[in-house]
Write a protein that binds this ligand. Structure first.
Ligand code: ADP
Ligand code: MG
Length: 737
């Protein structure tokens, strides 16, 4: 029997796994495996506790004495929960999380060991960095790197190991992870936003960026996964004909969740809750076998850690339930892809959401200030934002079924569009009369607090305002969203700094504060107008319109990444102390390298499957047909059984079989040729020294063969008899039961 049929049998026998759940409420076990502030307070002296808290709040470095006390406390707590090992847990640029476990163990003499964990071990580790991507940094400098404890994110326990969230830098200080620049971007955003807040409210001394991600994913049966080499190797199906019934009936979205899936969800949510990940929402998504989960939002860097951790937990728990979770942006052609919507906002130490319209003209002027600054930031740095979400896998999603296009634009809804248009029209140039000022304030005072209804509707925008936050929807489901968040924080911070400078200049020239703010807001509204788009982002008209407006539509990763050559971009990163020029170049190189590898792997897998799976299946069936034809000829020979009674009739009866035999031969021929030619193109591409040119070669010369190969392979799937086809079909994989 072929693999597909074996898998099919296995799944038919599957029962939902009984998941372990006590009778407890979530609040009773939430964050049980996290060294929270609350636990720290119990294990630390008051003085040390305050210092750690200060470090978290203000970014003050922790000295070694304090680190030693914290290490001792962490160890005691962890050991009380049966933990034996610890690890620095970090996010290198390969997109995975990394951990290397060490036991709390040291010699105690006389052949015995004791449990030990020092402040130094907590604060720093020196892993061999040479196997993590460094974008050439490791060639020029030393291979060593070190990980350093990040006290802003709490330590947690997984599987008997204490995990210490850390940053990862090269021995010479270059950053080699997603976390470090993210933390830096949060720091400058805090500074820039707090300074602007001072115009409105002196009590605001800290601004936090907040993030609530929505994680989409597909689930398939592990048995099918095991029968699909393409999914195993590349995370997506490289072959597979669209099913007769896909998502066209729209009967999956928010539908009832199959029992086996529900058991999986409850189980992974439980594990997440133990880890302090505030997962709150679960539902079916649009495509069959597609689902989504979302947490309560948190401060950005913790939210990013939690997302990475969640993906890890989900993968493990899925296997336990006989599933595989697919985070790829486009695991199935022709049905919806998966994204990771990043809901982003700014919160103050006074408990205000800066992107929430307020009750008074004053709070609404504050709201408009931040609102317009974000729009201006996206306008000024649209290409950088596009680059921040670029990956080989997201290329398949952007601009395809039900996903935002690769063109960056901002959707704000009719109400706020009107407000901005009015402001642009009504704010006078130069000095304002008291009447004009009053009229303006009255106008903005009318903005209702809750705008949700008219702003949450446009699902086609890559960057939409949804009432009290922006939703960056172009982020890919498999991505570490720390990268996109870092860029968003950075560009908003930079824009706010410029804004403050311009307002202060006007104030110095004698304008009053509100007047100056109105003037600069007006200026920014005008300057950023072309990024605002309220229409259907999926439409062809928008592509044309965007082109007219001068907005870029970078549909491939190598193209999107070109922005890193831009002097303005390098300067932005350097000036804001997020990344040095060398680090940007290294990151550019890593992203190109990753792109090349992904396309290369897919190309190899395709060729292998053409030879090892698809052609053999087609030939086997063809052989069967050939035997049939031979047999038919034999029994028909000399006997006229056609209706009209002549021998031509006999040939007609055999013809349909021969047609299929012929079609198989033709398609096999095309497949073989395309696989050979594609391999040739790969060889040529591999010989190109310049990494960017190589990436373009993979994109423009190698990848186009995927379509040809897939087209013919899928046609074969349609004509080859079911029992001969060895790859689980879309209709089977997408039909969870
Ligand atoms: P939906 O998109 O399904 O209507 P919401 O938009 O209300 O749901 O919430 C989606 C995500 O946005 C959740 O993770 C939620 O916590 C998050 N979110 C809500 N408010 C904020 C905020 N101020 N900052 C960041 N994320 C937020
Ligand atoms: Mg939302």
């Amino acid at each position: 029997m072929n693999k597909r049929l074996i898998a099919f049998q296995e799944i038919l026998n599957k029962q939902p796994l009984q998941f372990y759940k006590g009778e407890k409420q979530i609040s009773e076990y939430f964050a049980e495996n996290v060294f929270t502030l609350d636990k720290m307070r119990k294990y630390l002296s008051e003085d040390t506790y305050e210092k750690v808290k200060e470090s978290i709040d203000k970014g003050v470095p922790i000295d070694r004495k304090i680190a030693s006390e914290v290490a001792e406390a962490m160890k005691s707590w962890a050991m009380s929960k049966g933990v034996t090992h610890y690890t620095h847990w970090f996010q290198p640029l390969n997109g995975e999380t990394a951990e290397k476990h060490d036991a709390f163990m040291e010699w105690a003499g006389e052949g015995k060991v004791i449990e030990k964990f020092s402040g130094n071990q907590l604060a720093q580790q020196e892993p061999d960095a040479s196997s993590f991507p460094s974008g050439g940094i490791r060639n020029t400098f030393e291979a060593r790197g070190y990980t350093a404890w990040d006290p802003t994110s709490p330590a947690f326990i997984i599987d008997g190991t204490l995990c210490i969230p850390s940053i990862f830098v090269s021995y010479t200080g270059e950053t080699l992870d997603y976390k470090t620049p993210l933390l830096r971007s949060l720091h400058i955003l805090d500074k820039a936003a707090t300074e602007v807040c001072q115009y409105f409210d002196k009590n605001i001394t800290k601004v936090y960026a907040t993030l609530g991600w929505e994680q989409e994913y597909f689930l398939i049966d592990a048995a099918y996964y095991n029968a699909r080499y393409d999914i195993q190797q590349s995370g997506r199906t490289l072959f597979g004909h669209a099913p007769a019934k896909g998502q066209q009936l729209e009967d999956h979205y928010w539908g009832s969740i199959p029992e086996r899936v529900s058991a999986f969800m409850k189980d992974f949510e439980y594990e997440c809750h133990l880890l302090g990940i505030p997962v709150k929402t679960r539902h079916n998504e649009v495509a069959p076998a597609q689902f989504e989960c979302a947490p309560i939002f948190e401060e950005v860097s913790v939210a990013v850690d939690h997302n990475v951790l969640l993906m890890d937990v989900m993968e493990k728990v899925a296997i336990r339930h006989g599933f595989r979770v697919l985070f790829h942006e486009k695991p199935f052609a022709g049905v919806n892809g998966s994204g990771k919507h990043n809901n982003w906002s700014l919160a103050t130490n006074t408990g205000k959401n800066l992107l929430s319209p307020g009750k008074t003209p004053k709070t609404n002027l504050q709201f408009l200030t931040f609102f317009v600054n974000v729009i201006k930031a996206v306008h000024d740095y649209a290409d950088l934002l596009r680059a921040s979400i670029a990956s080989a896998s997201n290329d398949h999603r952007l601009g395809a079924n039900e996903a935002p296009p690769a063109i960056m634009s901002v959707f704000i809804g009719k109400y706020l569009s009107d407000v901005l248009d009015e402001l642009e029209k009504n704010v006078p140039v130069g000095k304002m009369s008291p009447e004009e000022k009053t009229a303006l304030k009255l106008g903005i005072g009318k903005i209702p607090e809750i705008l949700l209804d008219n702003t949450d509707r446009n699902r086609t925008s890559p960057f939409a305002f949804t009432g009290n936050k922006f939703e960056f929807r172009a982020v890919g489901s498999s991505a570490n969203c720390g990268n996109a968040m870092m860029v968003l924080n950075l560009i908003v911070a930079k824009t706010l700094m410029e804004f403050k400078k311009e307002v202060d200049t006007l104030i110095d020239k004698g304008q009053d504060k509100d007047e100056a703010i109105f003037q600069v807001i007006k200026k920014y509204i005008t300057a950023s107008k072309k990024i605002r788009f309220e229409g259907n982002g999926y439409s062809e008209e928008w592509k044309k319109e965007a082109k007219k407006r001068g907005l870029n539509n970078f549909t491939s990763t190598p193209e999107a990444l070109k922005v890193y050559h831009d002097k303005k971009i390098k300067k932005l990163f350097e000036e804001c102390h997020i990344l040095t020029e060398r680090e940007i170049e290294a990151r550019h190189e890593i992203q190109l390298e990753t792109y090349i590898k992904k396309v290369q792997i897919e190309s190899r897998v395709m060729a292998e499957m053409v030879y090892n799976t698809i052609i053999p299946a087609a030939l086997k069936y063809q052989n069967k047909l050939v035997e049939t034809v031979k047999g038919l000829r034999e029994i028909y020979s000399g006997v006229n059984i056609g209706v009209s009674g002549n021998s031509e009739e006999n040939d007609n009866l055999i013809a349909p079989h021969l047609e299929i035999v012929k079609e198989i031969s033709e398609r096999v021929n095309v497949l073989r040729k395309a696989a050979i030619d594609m391999t040739e193109e790969r060889k040529k591409a591999n010989a190109i020294d310049n990494i960017e040119e190589r990436a373009f070669a993979y994109c423009e010369k190698v990848k186009p063969y995927f379509d040809t190969i897939r087209y013919h392979a899928d046609k074969l799937e349609l004509i080859v008899a079911d029992e001969y086809w060895p790859l689980p079909k879309y209709s089977e994989m997408l039909n969870l039961r």
